[in-house]
Ligand binder design. Structure first.
Ligand code: G3H
Length: 541
């Protein structure tokens, strides 16, 4: 595929964009604060799509999708104060509301969210270049996640709706909210990964400040009204603008109880350090990853190739769970590459709305140059791009590259490329692979491809103590969302799954008394006359 052919994948003009996916720029001039859509006439940030169209000179230019407010530190502090007031030291309407009523508000929200499905999916495609199938999946998976979270919370509440009597003490134990939560999502799953923290945090009775990602910000706009009208004022507040301006005053206030971030470990470190009382801050974070796959000599290479293809190149490799380096045994590396390379080159590039398209334009403006540079670094060290067209780039499109042999000292060996480049390392002894994982800064997931059960088992046991999920003959992935999603070292803090997230955003509180007749009478009266939301045996059906 030459440059002209790659260029021709972009629409030549607006008429080549199907009417149903056409987008009129959306200029957001308001944001959600303290139950109001506040209008904004200050500076704003233009949103450009990775989808390009030729200008009058024929040069491909990113298309304008709209713009959003760039609010400043004053608005951030105002949003913080709204969340602090809504929480009111745990005495606010939301933290005091029964679980059943909170669930009712969330169900209202889901209904309103579903009304925006088509627009949000279109914005995911336009803002970050995710293909239609994956953008649709992101929306639907998020809705399912919310339903599953609600069901899990009902079960947790049912289990807490009774008293325990142990060692002469009668007690009731429930999960209580933590306070004000600052939530920040990533650009690659701007809806899903923001909501997998935001929704459980809200449901557990916390109040929220959420900052939209730089790419994938506008798609949150249609949902702000749903938040505004589904929850009491101040429960959900939006933060717009540059992170470096709006986040420090919020963290420095010491009023944030939970920081939840899906992003880089560097940013996580910086933000945590801004909090004046670190012991009061709980952090729940999914961070950097360099998930490695190992291909054993007896692996079924067809399985290994199809899983590595999916694992390393779904959404152009822009997944924290992507396979970001492959270790192939010397005895099979040539056969593995001979099967993998043509499959990589065959992946269909194009625009996000086109059926069957797998490789789409990249949202980060400097990404193609970065990828070109790390490949150049590897080739300078003796590696080559082994697949046809690998690394060819025009505007925001980048043809995926398989780079081999990658070695220690090359940037691709350690850097998280977060893009469509597959480094392949050759090894002789599995100890080299284990040593790589030991010395790596990351510890999210790994994949083992093989058929010899003894060899697989010999790897499983050390690997489970180096990463948090070991996949056998399968790509790395987060799902199913009921599985724990976490990591070691610089890859995560805390655990996210449907149930773990509800736990992460809450703390167990107990009410206890000595088992005497007088105390039992007190408990019976409080419960019998429904005098307390906490001390209650009400059962959610
Ligand atoms: O970017 C990280 C995502 O949580 C990965 O989720 O494995 O389902 O694509 P996924």
């Amino acid at each position: 595929m030459n440059d002209a052919q790659l260029t021709s994948l972009f629409p030549a003009n607006g008429d080549q964009i199907p009417a149903e996916y056409h987008i009129e720029p959306i200029h957001q001039r308001e944001y959600l604060l303290n139950g109001e859509m506040r209008s904004w006439d200050g500076p704003f940030s233009d949103v450009y799509s990775p989808v390009c169209l030729p200008d009058a000179n024929g040069t491909l230019q990113r298309q304008l999708v709209g713009s959003f407010p760039v609010t400043g530190p004053d608005q951030a502090v105002e949003a913080l104060n709204a969340a602090v007031a809504a929480y009111d030291n745990g005495r606010g309407e939301w933290p005091q509301m029964s679980t059943a009523n909170r669930i009712g508000c969330m169900e209202t929200f889901i209904g309103k969210m579903l009304e925006q499905r088509k627009l949000v999916i279109n914005l995911i495609m336009w803002e970050i270049g995710k293909n239609l199938a994956d953008a649709t999946k992101e929306f639907d998976r998020t809705v399912k996640y919310i339903y599953d979270t609600v069901d899990t919370l009902k079960n947790m509440d049912r289990n807490s709706s009774r008293f325990r009597i142990e060692e002469g003490i009668i007690g009731q134990i429930r999960r209580s909210p933590l306070g004000v939560v600052l939530a920040m999502g990533p650009f690659n799953y701007p809806l899903n990964e923001t909501y997998t923290t935001l929704i459980p945090a809200i449901l557990m009775g916390n109040t929220i400040l959420f900052k939209t990602p730089k790419h994938g910000s506008l798609l949150h706009y249609p949902l702000l009204e749903a938040f505004r009208t589904s929850f009491p004022k101040g429960v959900v507040n939006s933060l717009y603008g540059r992170g470096a301006n709006v986040v420090p005053p919020v963290m420095q206030s010491g009023k944030v109880n939970v920081l939840t971030l899906i992003g880089s470990s560097k940013v996580a470190d910086e933000l945590q350090r801004l909090h004046p009382k670190l012991n009061r801050l709980r952090s729940i974070m999914s961070l950097d990853a360099k998930n490695a796959a190992i291909i054993l000599p007896d692996a079924d290479l067809d399985v290994a190739v199809s899983e590595c293809l999916l694992g390393s190149l779904s959404f152009n490799g822009q997944r924290c769970t992507a396979i970001k380096i492959i270790w192939a045994h010397r005895s099979i590396v040539d056969r593995f590459l001979a099967k993998l390379s043509p499959e990589v080159s065959k992946l269909k590039p194009g625009m996000p709305w086109q059926p069957g398209v797998q490789i789409t334009p990249l949202p980060e403006p400097t990404k193609t140059q970065y990828l070109t540079d790390i490949i150049a670094d590897a080739t300078a060290g003796g590696a080559s791009v082994v697949n046809e067209d690998g690394g060819k780039t025009v505007a925001s499109l980048f043809k995926p590259a398989v780079v081999y042999p990658v070695k220690e000292g090359m940037r691709l060996y350690r850097e998280e490329q977060f893009g469509p480049v597959i480094p392949v390392v050759v090894y002789d002894d599995t100890e080299e692979f284990i040593e790589y994982l030991i010395t790596d800064d990351h510890g999210m997931q790994a994949s083992i491809f093989g058929t010899d059960t003894t060899k697989i088992a010999e790897l499983i046991d050390p690997l489970v103590n180096l990463v948090s999920r070991v996949n056998i003959n399968a790509q790395c992935q987060r799902g199913p969302d009921t599985f724990p999603f976490t990591g070691r070292k610089d890859s995560a803090e805390g655990t996210l799954s449907v149930e773990d997230a509800l736990r992460s955003f809450s703390i167990r509180s107990a009410v206890a008394t000595k088992d005497t007749a007088a105390n039992k009478a007190i408990l019976n009266e409080i419960v019998g006359e429904h005098k307390s939301e906490f001390l209650s045996t009400s059962f959610i059906f």
